[in-house]
Ligand binder design. Structure first.
Ligand SMILES: [Zn+2]
Ligand SMILES: [Zn+2]
Length: 274
């Protein structure tokens, strides 16, 4: 499988279970030669991975998966070949982290009022290197025996409109596209089938979207073809990857199967500003 890339992977710096080095080892074992680590709202995993590229002989493209909000719903935007040292990007990521920290405090206050106290330090422990998200709180709740699993924690307490829900800070996908472009990178809509209505997609293309993720475990062949036709109609970049986290169903089988040719990596490099 030499000459292929997986452009959507997560590490312990967001919600993945493998460290950047462990991830590099895993992808090299399945024969992938180029990757992008696209942690949620963090470039720290990318920076860590740089140390091990020679050891595993992997080409690494700077990447990120930004959390954006559109009509109250979360939409994910991939950023490729961004400059991880860009000031505007760094400020946004710090603001994001601070916002998630405050939100977690508010959720814990609500849980306390519901007679389900959770210690903040336990949530921090679950988050590790990553910005705090609801699954980290759900893990803490499950460990404390309030719920039997993460899903139940969402259904009973943490899900949208449930009693301990606190809304996320509003960061529109247009702002996300602009931020990625300002950081020298290309903005690619992640797994559109999971998240987006056709109207919204056309709006984003008008706002300067650079590409669409075509290859993804949630896209069957018909879905791939559908988005491919839109991408070629509007001259958008077509990307793909496994969205590997290491702890999801079929993750291990998917690694090495959701790939794009190395020419996609070359296109990213040619078309990004840097
Ligand atoms: Zn995503
Ligand atoms: Zn992802």
């Amino acid at each position: 499988m030499d000459g292929y890339a997986d452009l959507h992977l997560h590490t312990t710096y967001s919600d993945g279970v493998f460290t950047p080095e462990q991830l590099l080892k895993k992808v090299s074992e399945v024969g992938i030669s180029a990757i992008s680590i696209t942690d949620h709202d963090s470039v720290d995993g990318y920076i860590q991975a740089l140390k091990y590229l020679d050891k595993y002989n992997i080409q690494l493209i700077p990447g990120i998966e930004l959390s954006c909000i559109e009509n109250g719903k979360e939409i994910h935007l991939l950023g490729y070949n961004i400059d991880p040292d860009n000031k505007i990007l760094k400020n946004h990521l710090q603001d994001f982290r601070n916002g998630r920290y405050k939100r977690a405090e508010q959720i814990l206050q609500k849980l306390k009022n519901l007679q389900r106290p959770v210690n903040f330090s336990l949530v921090l422990e679950k988050a590790g290197e990553a910005p705090i998200t609801r699954p980290h709180i759900a893990m803490a709740m499950t460990e404390l025996g309030y719920t039997s699993n993460l899903k139940e924690a969402f259904v009973l307490y943490l899900g949208d409109d449930k009693p301990a829900y606190v809304s996320k800070a509003n960061f529109s996908i247009e702002r996300g596209i602009k931020l990625i472009n300002q950081s020298g990178g290309l903005a690619v809509l992640a797994h559109p089938a999971r998240m987006i209505q056709p109207d919204t997609l056309y709006k984003l293309i008008k706002s300067g979207l650079d590409g669409i993720e075509i290859i993804h475990p949630t896209h069957d062949l018909a879905t791939q073809k559908y988005y491919q036709s839109i991408a070629s109609q509007y001259w958008l970049l077509e990307t793909g990857g496994s969205d590997f986290h290491g702890n999801r169903e079929y993750d291990e089988e998917n690694l090495g199967k959701f790939i794009v040719p190395l020419s996609t990596v070359e296109s990213i490099k040619i078309h990004s500003v840097r």
